[in-house]
Ligand binder design. Structure first.
Ligand SMILES: [Zn+2]
Length: 167
């Protein structure tokens, strides 16, 4: 199911910088083989800002998840933005590999490496998109482990009907 070979999963920083506007458009269309049923199309722009490389773009696709209630497998739609920064050289050694610039934006230290592993970025980004509670659909009622709260909802509604007097 590999639509990309290994070389296309890595982007060399020199390939970004040899372009006139120091921007490289990168397209990925394939599977994330470590994640079951995960097929994505990514359209990214990698831009050199001197000491930093900015990676921005959109990812669309799907991943197969298992429903927490009925245990059936279902396709979960993916559609999200990527906005990542890489530092070419180690600038924040004392803080470790990732430093948070502002809420939600991280800067990854390349430690002098001359390439960016786009496949790893896509893999990590998909994992961050996965919901805490995985439910196959609003009509899922096949589960054996329905919580008490969920069981009470129909009862509450019935009480309202019982109090209505028809004159
Ligand atoms: Zn379900």
């Amino acid at each position: 199911m590999h639509k990309n070979d290994n070389t296309s999963k890595i982007v060399l920083i020199e390939d970004i910088e040899k372009n006139k506007d120091k921007t490289l458009h990168y397209e990925f269309n394939g599977d994330i083989t470590e994640l079951e049923g995960c097929e994505i199309i990514a359209n990214l722009d990698l831009k050199s800002l001197g000491e930093y490389i900015e990676v921005k773009g959109n990812v669309k696709g799907k991943i197969q998840l298992e429903c927490d209630r009925c245990l059936n497998k279902f396709d979960y739609e993916l559609n999200f933005e990527i906005d990542e920064m890489y530092a070419k050289n180690s600038l924040y050694e004392e803080y470790g590999q990732e430093v948070e610039l502002k809420s939600g934006q991280f800067i990854t230290d390349l430690n002098g490496e001359k390439e960016i592993d786009i496949y790893d970025l896509l893999y990590q980004s998909v994992i961050l998109q996965l919901p805490n509670k995985k439910v196959c659909g609003i009509n899922c009622n096949e589960g054996l482990f329905v919580s008490e709260d969920e069981m009470n909802i129909p009862d509450e509604r019935m009480k309202i009907f019982k109090n209505i007097k028809i004159e």
